[in-house]
Design a protein around this ligand. Structure first.
Ligand SMILES: [Zn+2]
Length: 465
């Protein structure tokens, strides 16, 4: 499910693994495992905060020294050296700190040094958390250097209990050429996944596909991330997979004419080809509407409760459940749509939404559709890569909604509530989303010299007239 580029690796059956893939399952932990999960999530927060506090303290001391030096008039280079923000330095520092080997290690009541509860948990939790802290700081400093696109990233937030989603990661510390049965993270039977220090953990849902891929050496697990949302734990198995079979990647039956995909205002998306024919439309189905209605009701119910009361707790957990339902339903829908589009079209044209830089829209319906569309683009991009489908990304200033797909005339203004596009120049009356999808399908990656595509279309129409 990720699109991060990965280096290729070999599996125990000699397959080349290069495709980043994630499988997700709901988990049914026993009472003991549930307690340990919560402790691990706490340990992750603790570790991240440990690193952030150290770095913040160091930054503060240095900036104070710099101020003093500035007043004295010397070259402002503080005497306190800066800390390394590299992941490996974080791992080493935290290990010696928690094992009682560094000067500032905690001292326990019985005189021993080090973090007294460190042996209760898998050591990997601390190391992965150190890597996460380093990554968050790297994002912050890249943003400060101006090397990161999107909204500016501030200093990473401290992880407050109850404010962040409980989560932690365990690595599968084995090379991919080792047999699946000797990997630390492995399936022990169709419904149980073994995790280091936890033993077999029960999973919900069908695991046949992932087990088969692992067995055949077509998927290797790098890590397992456990996350608790609305009271339920899920595990994400992230790793690398073999490329899809050639037959999957080059289907002769695919639609040869480019297909444009526009986000619908009411439906999830509308697709049409460059010839102006409707291709496919994905409705926001009834289940999603029902889920959204219950989300709204749960929101209102929460507002009526008294802060700190039992009723508020109940209302809050009910709200979280409705929220999870909406998210899951939408994700399922978006997967269906992206899969169908990639299966049926050879060239897909989508809009670059630039979600990070997009102005937040206050209207709920609109922001939900924006979020779904961002997710749809993401899925189309990675699935297209798997299946050998070409994707053209149109810059977001292309007036796909305002252009007439019949004559190329561009309106200066088009209200969001106008469901139908009617052109005053040629008299075309067409569904707004369909019109935009056709315009996207006709978009060309490189415009031939100074003559724009719109002018070409117009010239062609005039010559036939
Ligand atoms: Zn027109």
């Amino acid at each position: 499910m990720t699109s991060r580029p990965t280096t290729s690796t070999l599996s125990h059956t000699g397959q080349v693994l290069s495709r980043a893939v994630t499988f997700q399952f709901a988990v049914d932990p026993n009472a003991q495992q549930r307690i340990l999960f919560a402790k691990c999530a706490g340990a992750r927060r603790f570790t991240v905060n440990h690193h952030l506090a150290r770095v913040k303290g160091n930054l503060d001391v240095r900036s104070a020294e710099r101020e003093v030096l500035g007043e004295v008039g010397e070259s402002p280079e503080p005497s306190t050296s800066s800390l390394s923000w590299a992941a490996f330095s974080f791992i080493n520092e935290f290990n010696s700190w928690k094992n009682g080997e560094s000067e500032d290690s905690p001292v326990n009541e019985d005189g021993t040094r080090g973090l007294c509860w460190r042996h209760e948990l898998p050591g990997d939790v601390f190391e992965c958390a150190s890597v996460d802290a380093a990554r968050a700081l790297e994002n912050f400093s890249a943003s400060r250097r101006g090397e990161r696109s999107g909204a500016p990233v501030g200093f990473p937030r401290f992880q407050a209990k109850g404010k962040v989603t409980p989560s932690f990661r365990l690595r599968n510390r084995a090379t991919s050429v080792r047999a699946p049965s000797s990997q630390p993270i492995r399936f022990t039977d169709p419904s149980h996944l073994r995790l280091p220090r936890f033993g077999p953990v029960k999973l919900f849902g069908p695991t046949r596909k992932v087990r088969r891929m692992i067995y055949l050496g077509r998927f290797h697990v790098y890590s397992a991330t456990l996350t608790q949302r609305a009271g339920r734990w899920t595990v994400s198995l992230t790793g690398v997979a073999a490329k899809l079979h050639q037959a999957e990647r080059s289907r002769a039956s695919r639609h040869a004419v480019p297909v444009g995909v526009d986000r619908g205002v009411i439906s999830l998306c509308v697709a049409a080809d460059a010839n102006g024919a409707p291709f496919e439309s994905f409705e926001g189905v009834k289940t999603l509407k029902q889920a959204q209605a219950s989300l709204k009701a749960a929101n209102q119910a929460l507002a009526r409760t008294t802060p700190g009361s039992k009723g508020r707790q109940r209302a809050r957990s009910r709200l979280a459940k409705s929220h999870r339902k909406v998210v899951n339903t939408r994700r399922h829908l978006v997967h269906q749509a992206s899969r169908s589009l990639v299966d049926r079209a050879q060239v897909l044209v989508i809009e670059d939404l630039n979600v990070a830089g997009m102005v937040r829209n206050r209207r709920l319906a609109r922001s939900i559709s924006d979020a779904a569309m961002g997710e749809l683009s993401r899925q189309i991009l990675y699935k297209a890569r798997w299946h050998g489908v070409e994707v053209r990304v149109v810059d977001r200033y292309f007036p796909s909604s305002k252009t007439c797909s019949g004559c190329g005339d561009v309106k200066t203004d088009l209200d969001l509530s106008t469901r139908t596009y009617s052109c005053w120049a040629c008299g075309l009356v067409i569904d707004r989303d369909l019109n935009a999808a056709i315009n996207l399908a006709r978009w060309q990656p490189k415009e031939p010299s100074t003559v724009t595509l719109l002018e070409l279309t117009r010239a062609a129409l005039l010559s036939t007239a």
